[in-house]
Write a protein that binds this ligand. Structure first.
Ligand SMILES: C[S@@+](CC[C@H](N)C(=O)[O-])C[C@H]1O[C@@H](n2cnc3c(N)ncnc32)[C@H](O)[C@@H]1O
Length: 268
């Protein structure tokens, strides 16, 4: 299996995560860089939060975008009006391009869903020319996502069978301090730089927080529905209390941090 990401449609994704990955994309591009004339690959492009920003930043020559999920590729292609962007289904662990083909490989919010992320890093390195850049960013799921933690900590405290799922959600590959930088070094990349990128996840009210969270990701809604009668309602009511924190329902804002790492491809 090459992906642990469970897609629930392009619209559900955009409501749950795409709205935040669009905020992260400019910060990630500032970090990873992009230059006129470059050929770039967006590995795990999803519905295109990063893909569509790249040509706004530089007069690139081409973007290859791949994602494991055919439905996201279809959604991206439906939106695309730029002939330089070409998107297709593909696996980060077996990138469907030849060696040295790109100037830059970028991957946003993907490596923590790849069971063998080292292989994906090696593949990004393979398809980038010597002197080119490989860069990736993943959420700091354990220490940098308070909106998720509020949900999982509350859920697991109420319902012990949620503990294992909590662990899977918070402790993902490449998300511990220095882990992704070590993987880049081990792959043979040089001049490794690591940074933290911070956005805000702003919700207009509890419903705007809750419904995309339970409906937009994986099998969470299905899991909630298997719990004994009354438990899902209790979880929702208790998470709501945590969201409200004795204040009227309305906007709440959560600072959210992603790890970012980049390195240079050595001569070969
Ligand atoms: C959180 S989404 C990020 C999508 C997009 N980069 C963004 O920031 O909105 C994770 C994406 O990684 C993709 N993915 C996971 N494993 C993959 C793999 N082995 N190869 C290609 N894509 C993969 C998923 O299909 C999903 O689209």
């Amino acid at each position: 299996m090459s992906s642990t990401f469970i897609a629930k449609g392009a619209d559900g994704y955009d409501q749950y995560m795409g709205r935040w990955s669009r905020r992260l994309a400019p910060l990630f591009l500032d970090f990873a860089g992009v230059a006129d004339g470059e050929r770039i690959i967006d590995v795990g492009c999803g519905t295109g939060s990063l893909t569509f920003l790249i040509p706004e930043r530089a007069d690139i020559s081409a973007i290859g975008a791949i994602d494991f999920e055919e439905q996201f590729i279809e959604a991206l292609n439906q939106r695309n009006t730029d002939q330089r962007i070409s998107a297709r289904q593909g696996d980060a662990c077996s990138i469907p391009f030849g060696e040295n083909y790109f100037d830059r490989a970028l991957s946003m919010l993907v490596l923590h869903f790849v069971p063998t992320p080292e292989q994906a890093v090696a593949e990004m390195l393979r398809v980038v020319r010597p002197g080119g850049i490989v860069a990736a960013t993943v959420w700091d799921t354990f220490g940098g996502m308070p909106s998720q933690r509020m949900f999982w900590d509350t859920f697991a405290a109420i319902e012990p069978t949620a503990l294992a799922r909590r662990g899977l959600a918070l402790v993902r590959p490449m998300t511990f301090p220095g882990e992704m930088a070590r993987a880049f070094t081990a792959a043979g990349l040089e001049n490794i730089t690591e940074a933290s990128l911070t956005i805000r996840m702003d919700f207009v009210n509890f419903d705007d927080y809750w419904f995309p969270l339970i409906n937009g990701q994986g099998t969470l809604a299905a899991f909630l529905s298997t719990l004994p009668q009354g438990v899902p309602e209790r979880v929702q009511a208790t998470v709501r209390q945590a969201y409200l924190s004795d204040q009227p329902d309305g906007p709440r804002s959560f600072a959210t941090v992603a790890w970012a790492v980049k390195g240079t491809v050595p001569g070969r």
